[in-house]
Design a protein around this ligand. Structure first.
Ligand SMILES: CC(C)(COP(=O)(O)OP(=O)(O)OC[C@H]1O[C@@H](n2cnc3c(N)ncnc32)[C@H](O)[C@@H]1OP(=O)(O)O)[C@@H](O)C(=O)NCCC(=O)NCCS
Length: 225
């Protein structure tokens, strides 16, 4: 894999980046992500208000990384992330009963905020929400680079566990290589009738997984005995 990253730079995203991140999400994430395709929700508008809220929530976290083309100054990638405190009331929108998005209804079946993760009793948790790299910059290790950087940031913030929902075999390769473990899976073929999904349009991409990784945490025990 080509590793030349001299034409791009990483920076921390803020709420001010919403419009540009939303545009990249709309044009690159929603159009190419297998789960968006099978749910026929291939734009931010299709997915709706829950995704808008989650993008805004993760931009405000101070943990989301952007990738900028140094020449054009355009944002060409993002790794949206937040910290989830198991013991506090979640602001997460997955799983609301009146959720209109099929994609969100499916994600709720294996949510990082679900009971099984909460029962691990680990907090705080680094929630790796969404990663995207513009296709013109793909296959150069940029996603792997920003995911690794995010794990370092989460570790510095005292996170003990990283959790991610995977709906794309390319990103699954990255998380496997970073020693994430599969915690729970959802085979879309088993819910195709219930959600009216034509899974033949996403061959090889029908297994959604919830993956976890323990973080060593540099700050969780600042005063060791
Ligand atoms: C998934 C995604 C973030 C990967 O970004 P990326 O910067 O291209 O990823 P990397 O370069 O770090 O590569 C990851 C692996 O995928 C491979 N890969 C990336 N693009 C590829 C392509 N178009 N065809 C084949 N393999 C590809 C890489 O070669 C690498 O595997 P390797 O290390 O064995 O060589 C990007 O394709 C994307 O934004 N997709 C749409 C949104 C999405 O689905 N996000 C993930 C949601 S779970």
């Amino acid at each position: 894999m080509a590793q030349d990253s001299s034409d791009i730079e990483l920076f921390m995203l803020t709420s001010d980046d919403y419009e540009e991140v939303a545009q990249l999400f709309d044009e690159q994430y929603a159009k190419r992500n297998p789960l968006c395709k099978v749910c026929k929700e291939t734009s931010l508008e299709d997915i709706g208000e829950s995704m808008v809220k989650d993008i805004k929530r993760t931009l405000a976290s101070g943990l989301s990384i952007g990738v900028r083309d140094k020449t054009t100054k355009a944002i060409v990638g993002f790794r949206l992330t937040d910290i989830f405190h198991v013991d506090k009331t979640s602001t997460y929108h997955v799983g609301e009963e009146d959720e209109p998005s099929i994609m969100y209804q499916l994600l709720a079946r294996f949510s990082p905020h679900g009971k099984e993760i909460q029962e691990l009793g680990i907090s705080p948790i680094l929630e790796l929400f969404a990663v995207c790299v513009h296709k013109d910059y793909g296959g150069r290790g940029i996603a792997a680079m920003i995911i690794k950087k995010t794990l370092e940031l989460g570790d510095e913030q005292g996170c003990r566990l990283a959790v991610v929902q995977i709906a794309n075999s390319l990103s699954e390769k990255i998380y496997n290589r970073l020693n994430f473990q599969t915690f729970k899976v959802l085979d879309l073929d088993t819910v195709a009738d219930e959600f009216d999904l034509d899974t033949s349009i996403i061959p090889g991409e029908t297994i959604l997984s919830l993956m976890v990784k323990n973080l060593p945490s540099k700050t969780s025990n600042p005063h060791p005995q």
